[in-house]
Design a protein around this ligand. Sequence first.
Ligand SMILES: [Zn+2]
Length: 318
Amino acid sequence: MGITKDSNAREANTPDERSFESSPKISKRFSSPKADIILRSSDDVEFRVHRLFLAEASTVFRDMLEIPQAQTQSAGELSLPIVDVTESEEVLDALLRWIYPWAGKPKVTAVAQMESYLVAASKYDIAVVLEALAEGLKPEFVEKHPLGVYGMLRWLQITHQIHMPEAVSMARKHMIRSSFDLMNPPPSELNRLSAVDLLDLIKTKQAFRQVVEEIFTFNGIPRCNTCRKAGESTPLWWPKYRSNALAALVEGNLPDFVFSRSFMIAAVRSVDCEDCDGSFSNAHSQNYLILMKTKLLYLWENGTGGVYGAKLSDWNRT
Ligand SMILES: [Zn+2]
């Protein structure tokens, strides 16, 4: 029944196809009768807005609105100039919600969304949106999508000269210190990332790991008599603790965790030597472990430091 009715309706309208186009889709949120201009999205949705707000928020809109616009001639309605923009309804709606003081602000939950907003905000030079987006780059978002966020920020930096050093450093730090797998990155997060930047991250991560391994080097370790009698060159607790600690760090654990007493004791007690405890508890060993922890914490916080400076650049390098 529906099909017949539909095709009849179509036939009836064929002589005048224009009647199909007569009512444009209008944004519900931006439909003020007091509007003085219409922005039309790439997907043909009209936003009835106010020049004043656009001009105040964006120098690009300000310049654009100085150019006389074509008038619309919709029957029964005030004729308003229409400006066609290349942004979709979703993106335009978000930009306007940031610009208008009373509108609820959009929530950014996906990298692609963030990217489209940033691109549009930078194109129209809307500082309020750029600032809101930069603020929205909360650690949770960066931790969830570090590579996508990093690629986007680097792209903004290179192509738009928009610098967000704190966010860049946060994303970089997260990927290099955590278990994030740069060799198998999520394809959806590679859109904006250059091969040079990806390679740089991979190399930096390798260098970081190498430095962590160097920090876990114990020269002059106190001997354990039982281990020595069994022909071991070092007390058994040390290689065990070292490999546990390195594995835990690769898995994303923090330095404090691997230097916690319980973590260390667990390694010492897991080896097949009852006398190793003495070698571990020895003042020299304890002081050495504290020194390692200090070095590791410094590296963790700064990305570089001391003799490792040449291998790594600090987190704030952007
Ligand atoms: Zn031992």
